[in-house]
Unconditional design. Structure first.
Length: 42
């Protein structure tokens, strides 16, 4: 059970770190979404 708790805490830390990364505005993502939308229209 202790190993599971350690895994859970590490997972939560990774999730919060990922949330911090997503909070940073990424200039590449809108461009990527726009190109995907254009491909969908074609």
């Amino acid at each position: 059970m202790r190993a599971y708790r350690r895994f859970f805490e590490a997972h939560q830390a990774a999730l919060s770190k990922l949330a911090d990364i997503k909070a940073i505005p990424d200039p590449v993502t809108p461009l990527r979404l726009a190109s995907v939308a254009d491909e969908g229209d074609a």
